[in-house]
Every structure is written in C-alpha cells, then in structure tokens.
Design a protein around this ligand. Sequence first.
Ligand code: G4P
Length: 528
Amino acid sequence: MTMQDEIRRRRTFAIISHPDAGKTTLTEKLLLYGGAIALAGTVKGKKNTRHAVSDWMEIEKQRGISVTSSVMQFEYNNCCINILDTPGHQDFSEDTYRTLMAADAAIMVIDASKGVENQTRKLFKVCVMRHIPIFTFINKMDREARNPFDLLEQIERELGIKTYAVNWPIGSGKEFRGVFDLETRHILSFEANNGQHTVSKTEVSPDDPQLAEHIGKQNHLQLAEDIELLDGASEDFNLEAIQSGTLSPVFFGSALTNFGVEPFLKRFLELTPPPLARIANGIEISPFDESFSAFVFKIQANMNKAHRDRVTFLRICSGQFRRDMEVYHVQGNKKMRLSQPQMMMAENREVIDEAYAGDIIGVFDPGIFSIGDTICAPGKQICFEGIPTFAPEHFARVRHKDTMKRKQFVKGVMQIAQEGAIQIFHEPDSGMEEVIVGVVGVLQFEVFEHRMRTEYNVEIIRESLGYQYIRWIGGISTDTKPKLIISEDTKLVQDFRDQYLLLFTSEWNIRWALERNEGLELLDFSKN
Ligand code: G4P
C-alpha cells in the first residue's frame, strides 16, 4: 500500500458526551467490531473512575488508565481507525478539550432520556470552533426516551447545528421495536429478550404486510406519521454541510444491547473525512504532503516517582513517520530522534516502526516539549497554529507553607503550568509569592498539590475561590492596566504572559461588565 493509500484510509475521531450517556459502552462496541478487544468490559475500570476521591492511589490508577487509553487504533472495513479518548468524570480537564484539537471528527453520544447535557455542550463548542464534522448517536433507546422530534429540535436549538436523521426509532423503552433506516428504507428490528441484553436483528421492508403485527399497531401508525413528516420537513443529505460541521447525521440506537452500532459505524466511516489539512504559518499543510509533520496536543506527566519522564502525544499532520528517523523540533530549534515512539492498541502499548498522517503517537519526553509545539522533517520550515487555552472553571489561591521554599514553589508552579496541567494567574503588579491557580476539572487541584509535594518538596496552602468564569479581554487596549467598570466581586488578573483577564462569579456579572464597558469583548478561550 502506498503512503497516500495509508493516509486516505485513516479516520481519527473523538467521542464526546456527558458522563453516563454511554461513551465507554459505545467505544467498547466499536472496538469489538474492529476485533481490537475480545471481551466487553476491558476498556477501563470505570467503576473506579466514577468513585475516585482524593485517595491518591485512585488518581494514580486513573492516570495509568488514561495513558493507555489515550488513543485506540483498530481496523475495520479496510479503514484504520484512531479513537481519541476524551477524559470525562472527575478527570475532565483541559486535556479533554485539547484532545479535540487532534481529532478530524467527533461522535456526540446523547442519552435519549436526557437530551443535550452540560459537558456535551462544552465539548461541542470546541468542535464548532474547529468546524469538524459531528455525528450524533442517540443512545439508550431500550430505555424510556424523549420524543425523537424533541431531541432533534433541542440539538438544533441549543447547539446551533442542523440535523439529518439517518434512521428513526420505533418506540422506546419496553416498546422499542427497532429503527427505520431513512436511507435504505428498511427496518432493523429489535427484540429484547426478557430484559436480557440480546437482540435479534431482522431487516423488514415497511411494505411488509406483517409489519403491523411485528412492531405493534400503534408503533406502525406512529412510524407512518413520522416518516411522512420527516420526508416533508427534514434536512436533505448534504455531504459538504456534514463535512464542514454544520449538519449532523443522527443515528438512534442502544450501545449496551449493541443495537444499531454496526450500521452506525459503517455509515460513519463512509461520511467522515480522512485526515484534514492543518494550518501552519497561515498555509494549509495537506496530510498527503510527503514530508513528515506533527504537533504536540497532550503531555502526560508520569506519576511514577521512580521514572520522572513524561509521555508527549503527537498528532501526525502530514507524511509518514518512521522509527529512528531524524526530526526537527521547531520551538526547541533542535534536530533529534524521538525516543520509543509508541501507539496504544486498546489495552496494549506497542513500540511502532511507522505511522501516518492522522495517527497519534506517544513519545518519551525528558521535558523538552510544550503543548502546541511543531515537530517536522528537518529543513521543513513550518509552525502549526497553537492550541487555544481553554477557560478554567475552578480557581484557588495558592501559596507555600514554608517561606524558605519560595524558589521551589515558583519552579514547580511554573513547570506544571508549562506542561498545561494547570493555568496560573496573579493579581496585577504582584509577584509570585501567591498565585491563583485555575483548572478545568477539580481533580487537577489534587494532582497539582501531590506533584508539588512529591516532585518539588513543597507543601502548599490552597484556598478555594468562588469564581466560575474567566474571560480573556478583547476589543480594548490592554497595553497598560485597563480601567474597567466591574462589579465588586469581579477580579482583574494577569496570566504569566501578563495578559489581562477577568474572573467572574456569575454569568450575570459578565453581562454587567459588557453592558458598562463600551467596546469590551470577553472571550472564553485564548488563541495562542
Ligand atoms: P460514559 O462512558 O458516557 O460515562 O457511559 P457508560 O458507557 O459508562 O454508560 C453509563 C451507564 O449506562 C452504564 O451503566 C451502561 O451500562 C449504561 N448504558 C450504556 N449504553 C446503554 C444503552 O444503550 N442502554 C441502556 N439501558 N444502558 C446503557 P452501569 O455501568 O450499570 O452504570 P450505572 O448505571 O450503574 O451507573
């Protein structure tokens, strides 16, 4: 197979959802189809992650788990599939957002009884920013579900994306009888087996005289009505709109009972694009460009004290990577060979010999890479657009317990911030004696505290702050400290590059500031 063929058959995507919508279950079913795992229940010990508390052993276990499952590669229908894990639950962090920067498409899993939930909204926003295709899998149809029209309406209204139903559910919960495929005009029927999770799938034509008997009279009438409505009012198929992320194909199914997963996977692979071009120095770099290039989207500090090294994750953007090849690290201005390049295959890590545009590789990093760095073939003068900094949602004031440890405190805080595990801010014109630490997920506070203690030998005092929103300031000059009219409980801070930002306790205060300061723009991420 040529390099071009290898790249063309790659599909790299992330699955986004609110916790409990069924992301893990769906991922597992996809891996089963790809033959990457033999048994259900091997993706991760999710019961542990669910109940993870401040017990460090738990955190360590989780970190171990998320390293191995950061990306899973498998083959299906001659496609080489890379699923990127977007950490959820307690280990929801900025990494979750950054992972989306490495994906070429996203699958949004929605619980049919709950509809669009908070975490999905947040992750969705990042996908929209990147204009990547978004596929919707409405899960748990074997349980009582909301009206499918209402679900689509909610997606369109709340997320601002149009929907294109690929299939349509027939009933839900105990009455769930399957789906009608609006493209092939066939029914895939579902028969629960006394609450057992086995289903029988048969294809029936809607013209089948026995259909009413098969799916029930009421369902039959409802289906005919729904189809008529859909045929008249739903969006037309439009591949360009799908691939530019303005039209989301919607599939109904049930991951747990494995209903509708395989047809979904097949159609998804047909509609989702191969690796997308990326922008470097304002120019599009095609994935088919023969010379190698990649960028760093995630750095995972190794929690094992005996090995202080880190794993850096690279998304390959163009060409082919070969083990032992010489590469150039643009930000470090250094030629090097990447050490122990590896890829994760479900539960295994393997040292790899080659990889292609679209793939993700992990390399051991002695501490030289930063998030957003470019690595490319020597002589290739490019630098990929940086990864945005996403707004933290939890804030704490942090200082050292022992004044003798000031130096270690500053070093630790700076290094951990550079890795992208936390964000740090300070009061305007103040030093580093005391910093405000911002994180996307609260678990990061515990990871930070633990690392300060074990790696830098510093005990810290952490005091939670009541802010929930941070906004980067735009639209007005911030060369000097901006004079703003803000409410008493809003705080002006600076980041370590001395950009000014505002911390808010409520959305109401954000609106208040916008109304009173002409020209002020408030952004919830910073383009680096
Ligand atoms: P997540 O990764 O998005 O957090 O969700 P996960 O797959 O872990 O699924 C959450 C729960 O929902 C699991 O129950 C799972 O079995 C169930 N689930 C997933 N897909 C379906 C589906 O299609 N139908 C039904 N009925 N259930 C589904 P659990 O492990 O028992 O956890 P819990 O419910 O006891 O908390």
